[in-house]
Design a binder for this molecule. Structure first.
Ligand code: T3D
Length: 263
């Protein structure tokens, strides 16, 4: 597929997807969704990919749905936004969550509407200090989608989630990190180097072990302690038979750096 609204690269174990409509703050179009689906399928099929980066080009990360694509005005016939969620946003969030490798979201600027929640669907969210998160849906009469009503209360608690969703205020990256909504906020001057170092580290990590960790963490949201203990036992049983476990233990005992294969 020929990409016009994203960029996709994969090298040295690092796959990178960059949303690329900077003049529209990388807002989602039907075309962009199609390209994202295609690129995420390539990552899933790429046996050499050990980490995925999702970021945006220009001064914004993503301003959610391109509202120019909607072009609805009072009195116009209603549009079926449920169909858009079903065909585009739901599969996008589930694809990011189910990839068997860590997904880093580098939030390089404002993340609004579905843009904010797609970022929250990633595993490690790092934002530059000038970035912000806006649950913009309430400003146009919509509800938070793309997992917003799932991620927000779990990450920041019901009171803050409700405030963010009902007021649509800009949440600065620093506050988002302080509230535990994201992993880290870093100074703009250090942002690129921080992301590069994180990607380099994850590209050498025991990938299948991280994928199992991701599965267990996601499952915990709706599980009992007993179910999680069972899940941890089963995953640990599998990991105990892996190349990377053997390598990790041998490296520790040999007082050397491990060389993980990702398996
Ligand atoms: O429809 C469905 O399929 C259902 C699913 C919906 C999911 C959603 O995401 S709904 C929420 C949609 N998003 C928004 O409501 C956010 C709209 N944007 C904003 O509120 C602001 O742009 C921001 C707060 C994000 C950033 O503000 P600011 O002042 O930094 O930038 P700006 O000047 O507003 O935007 C720069 C340009 O991008 C501007 O175009 P111009 O004037 O330079 O020609 C602006 O119109 C354009 N832009 C920004 N966001 C969108 C957009 N164009 C289309 N759609 C956008 N979402």
């Amino acid at each position: 597929m020929n990409y016009e609204q994203i960029r996709y690269e994969s090298a040295d174990g690092i796959a990178r997807i960059t949303l690329n409509r900077p003049d529209r703050l990388n807002s989602f179009t039907t075309r962009m969704h199609g390209e994202l689906r295609d690129a995420l399928a390539r990552v899933a099929d790429d046996a050499l990919a050990r980490v995925l980066l999702l970021t945006g080009e220009g001064r914004g990360f993503c301003a959610g749905q391109d509202l120019a694509d909607r072009a609805v005005a009072p009195g116009d016939a209603p549009v079926d936004l449920g169909a858009s969620i079903e065909s585009h946003y739901r599969p996008l969030v589930l694809a990011l969550r189910s990839l068997p490798l860590p997904v880093v979201c580098a939030v390089n600027g404002v993340a609004a509407g579905a843009g904010a929640n797609v970022a929250l669907a990633c595993d490690l969210v790092v934002a530059c200090r000038s970035a912000s998160f806006i649950q913009a849906f309430c400003k146009i009469g919509l509800v938070p989608d793309s997992g917003g009503t799932y991620f927000l209360p779990r990450a920041v608690g019901a009171a803050r989630a409700m405030g963010l969703a009902m007021l649509g205020e800009r949440l600065p990256a620093e506050q988002a990190a302080a509230w535990g909504l994201i992993w880290k906020c870093v100074d703009d001057a250090e942002f690129a180097a921080t992301i590069d170092a994180l990607l380099a580290e994850l590209a050498q990590a025991p990938t299948a072990g991280l994928a199992a960790t991701k599965r267990a963490m996601h499952a915990s949201a709706n599980a009992t302690l007993e179910e999680q203990l069972d899940r941890e036992r089963d995953l640990q049983r599998m990991r105990g038979q892996s190349d990377d476990y053997r390598e990790g233990v041998a490296a520790f005992l040999g007082k050397r750096a491990p060389r993980f294969s990702g398996r």
